[in-house]
Write a protein that binds this ligand. Structure first.
Ligand code: ARG
Length: 408
């Protein structure tokens, strides 16, 4: 019986060439697996393309609900943004794709799994670390990393082997998309000084072309999960889609950044993430209303750590499980409504309310209903500021006056 290799198949040039290359190199039957994580497009055609390329079997897995509930939702609760800018679009889908690769490999008694990542990106790290954690017995093959072909070589190989590749409409960009957003790399974007051409954007309008009149959106949350938009019940995927479409119309959701990859490279990355950024803005605003001070401070410091860990491929890790348990606990009071205001190029919270609100008007007001104990303020300041006073006394300048800075 022939070896079997289960390949993560996207339908693009590299993974299509990989089908033929793997058959040739390791004399294996190739089982293609395309995973639907909300990237859009004709995925049934993608499934069939793998067969045309020579795969012995080809699967399309609808993982949209699973992706929304188990990957996007925790990332939103964590307000996870790598370098405080990138909401982890690709970093979230890789562990889920790896999980389905491992599952199909088990079902088919395959010895190998394969992915189409290059040797200088983050995705190879994410796939392989995830596969190692889920199925340490499987051997991982990385044909694109091994074969050393340029894009032109790969096209030649595809044409020589009669593979179903669409060379004519080859875009200079490398795109990865799912329900959480869209990533764009390569082409002239590799020059960090060049502004992205206006035709790369698909989910967001130019802010100068946004509607003139502002619009409001009310997002309802239950325990940190979005459950309604303008009063109508939604699933997480619908919330991302609806809020994202509205925010994108207003020219909101573009990210242009220099990113530190796991492998040590700085790279220029472009993201279109209108739904992710708008929902994170609403969610974190509601936390500020409902989460007690010490807890939210601690959570904020862990959010960066969470984003970094997921970015670096450690989704299946004891640290992620422990942090998710913490975040789940911290999310218990995060129910209520946030009103977002959409204007050209911006989405921002302008109102929030919650049955679990910690905002106490009688404490906060400067009006007559004020119930705060002002007299207690004097004693509090005296004690709280005592260490500064003691320190200040030791820092006298040469002429007896306090120094302007400790260096003086
Ligand atoms: N730099 C982003 C990340 O590491 C985007 C990666 C996109 N992947 C791709 N194969 N085009 O998450």
């Amino acid at each position: 019986m022939a070896n079997k290799v289960v390949l993560a198949y996207s339908g693009g040039l590299d993974t299509t060439v990989a089908v033929a290359w793997l058959k040739e190199q390791i004399d294996a039957d190739v089982v293609a697996v395309a995973v639907d994580v909300g990237q859009g497009g004709d995925l049934e055609a993608v499934r069939e393309r793998a067969l045309k390329a020579g795969a012995s079997d080809s699967h399309l897995v609808d993982a949209r609900d699973e992706f929304a509930a188990e990957y996007v939702s925790p990332a939103l609760k964590a307000n996870a943004m790598y370098q405080q800018k990138y909401p982890l679009v690709s970093a979230l889908s890789r562990p889920l794709i790896a999980k389905h690769l491992a599952r199909v490999a088990r079902e088919q008694s395959a010895e190998y799994v394969a992915h189409g990542c290059t040797g200088k990106g983050n995705d190879q790290v994410r796939f392989e670390v995830a596969l190692g954690a889920l199925a340490p017995d499987l051997e991982v093959l990385a044909p694109v990393r091994e074969w050393g072909m340029t894009r032109a070589d790969a096209i030649d190989y595809g044409l020589e082997h009669g593979l179903p590749i669409t060379v004519n409409k080859a875009s200079p960009y490398s795109i990865d998309q799912n329900m959480w957003g869209r990533t764009i790399e390569c082409g002239d974007l590799e020059d960090p000084m060049i502004e992205p051409a206006s035709d790369i954007w698909e989910l967001t309008r130019e802010p100068s072309e946004a509607p003139r009149t502002a619009r409001y959106l009310e997002i309802g949350f239950e325990r940190g999960t979005p459950v309604s938009v303008d009063g109508a019940k939604v699933t997480i995927a619908q919330a991302v889609d609806e809020v994202g479409r509205a925010a994108g119309e207003y020219g909101f959701g573009r990210v242009d950044m220099i990113e530190d990859r796991v492998v040590g490279i700085k790279s220029r990355e472009i993201y279109e993430v209108p739904g992710a950024l708008a929902l994170i803005a609403a969610h974190s605003d509601l936390e500020e209303l409902t989460v007690e001070r010490e807890l939210i401070r601690t959570k904020r410091s862990l959010e960066l750590r969470y984003a970094q860990m997921v970015y670096e491929g450690l989704w299946y890790s004891s640290l992620r499980e422990a942090l998710d348990a913490f975040i789940e606990s911290a999310s218990q009071p995060v129910s209520g409504t946030v009103r977002l205001k959409l204007e050209a190029g911006s989405v921002r919270p302008v109102g929030r309310s919650s049955p679990d609100s910690l905002y106490d008007l009688s404490l906060a007001t400067y009006d007559t209903a004020d119930a705060f104990d002002h007299a207690a303020g004097a004693g509090f300041v005296k004690i709280w500021g005592l260490p500064s006073k003691v320190w200040g006394r030791t820092r006298k300048g040469k002429d007896g006056t306090p120094p302007r800075s400790p260096a003086e």
